[in-house]
Design a binder for this molecule. Structure first.
Ligand SMILES: Cc1ncc(COP(=O)(O)O)c(C=O)c1O
Length: 413
């Protein structure tokens, strides 16, 4: 990783002239200081919770305003100009998602819009997975990632069981220390009854890139792979060509689009075609317009540079924390390079204070102007007692924010 080999501060210095005008496009962080609209936040608060949802740049807000003030109508229903325009925008947005993801075979694949990753994964589990599975089949899913990528698979198992179809759900194996999936252990689980693997691209607590491109090699050509890309799409380059997965599910709202947006991309080359079940009501047309605009914005800004920027900020924070014995950084402890304690850490750093609970720490940090997440982060399985503090970054965050945060944390040693 570039930041690991060149040093994060040098990386940030080199990218500064690129980042500053981009940050200026986010009114909520670059404007009056984001005081919560009612004076409830400190001035010039730093938003450090982009893994939960990201802020929106002005061009995305402008695209939504333009759509709502010139052509707002329902999609796929009426035949008057606004309705036709809206239908065309929704169809164009599907192609935009495919292009953004580097879909190598866009004529065969499909894109279904959702309200976010949870809804998308549940749609795959409820509307598609049961058609793949027969009595005695096995699926492998992550037991230590986000609950959104565990609960739907267990619900599908229970639904099938009520229909007399018994499947077994096994845990996707992880390596000690790095938090990575373990390809050797996964390969040992492969066999004719293994039909489906769910995985997560970037871990939402540890920030680790989970090396999911190795899963196909481990399980062979036949099992369907479904990827939760909630923490990678919009944060770093994501290319379907290099991943060899069958489903990719993400949240548009974490990728700079409006709340209530997301998508399921389905390759359509293995198993039944993905058709969301039941009557699909009115789509979130303004949200879909915002998603297409957000993907345009991200492509123009460059997801490679966005990933380098946030990784370098995360490196500064992790390195600073690792010099303070009162704190423990969770996950990814192995270092790849001599000058940083960071291994493949993307835009997320999660840590805990050895003596102060995460809620109390979050309260103190907010009094210093930092908006962080402090709980168990919706992680499946038991996390550390007392929770942890998660700092998650995007292109609008700055080195100054990381330094100020470290200064505030140092006062609590
Ligand atoms: C890895 C991961 N999966 C799924 C989700 C759920 O996303 P959403 O809230 O958009 O449904 C999140 C959200 O934090 C996440 O980080």
């Amino acid at each position: 990783m570039a930041a690991a080999t060149r040093g994060p501060r040098r990386e940030l210095a080199e990218l500064g002239a690129w980042q500053r005008p981009l940050r200026a496009q986010f009114p909520i962080v670059a404007g009056a200081g984001g005081d919560g609209g009612d004076g409830s936040g400190p001035p010039r608060a730093a938003y450090l919770d982009s893994a939960a949802t990201a802020q929106k740049p002005q061009p995305v807000l402008d695209a939504v305003t333009a759509y709502l003030t010139t052509a707002n109508a329902n999609a796929g229903r009426g035949s008057y100009p606004w309705a036709n325009h809206t239908t065309a925008r929704v169809e164009a947005a599907r192609e935009r998602v495919k292009a953004f993801l580097g879909d190598p075979d866009p004529r065969r694949s499909s894109v279904h819009f959702t309200g976010g990753t949870s809804e998308g994964l549940r749609a795959v589990a409820r509307d598609w997975l049961p058609g793949l599975l027969a009595d005695g089949d096995e699926i492998v899913v992550p037991f230590g990632d986000h609950r959104a990528n565990l609960d739907p698979w267990l619900e599908a198992r229970d639904l099938l069981a009520r229909q007399g179809v018994g499947i077994s759900v096994r845990a996707l194996p992880c390596q000690e220390g790095s938090g990575d999936y373990d390809p050797a252990a996964l390969a040992a689980m492969a066999g004719p009854r293994l039909r489906f693997v769910a995985a997560t691209h970037v871990h939402h607590v540890y920030g680790a890139d989970m090396n999911v491109h190795r899963i196909r090699e481990a399980v062979g050509p036949d099992p369907v792979i479904c990827l939760d890309a909630a923490q990678s799409v919009g944060h770093q380059p994501v290319s379907l060509a290099g991943l060899d997965v069958d489903f990719l599910v993400f949240s548009g709202h974490k990728a700079l689009a409006l709340p209530g947006t997301g998508a399921v991309w389905a390759r359509g080359a293995r198993g039944p075609a993905f058709v969301p079940g039941g009557w699909q009501g009115t789509p979130n047309t303004a949200g879909i317009v915002s998603l297409a605009a957000a993907l345009d914005w991200l492509d123009a800004a460059g997801t490679d540079r966005i990933g380098r920027w946030t990784s370098a900020l995360a490196s500064v924070l992790t390195d600073g924390l690792s010099r303070m014995p009162a704190y423990e950084v969770l996950g990814c402890r192995t270092s790849l390079a001599a000058d940083t304690a960071v291994q493949r850490r993307g835009s997320i750093v999660t840590f805990r204070h050895r003596a102060i609970g995460s809620q109390d720490l979050g309260f103190v940090l907010f009094s210093h102007g930092f908006m962080v997440r402090c709980d168990d982060h919706c992680q499946a399985g038991p996390g550390p007692e007392g929770g942890s503090v998660r700092v998650s970054l995007h292109v609008y965050n700055t080195l100054e924010e990381m330094e100020n945060l470290l200064t505030a944390l140092a006062t609590l040693q």
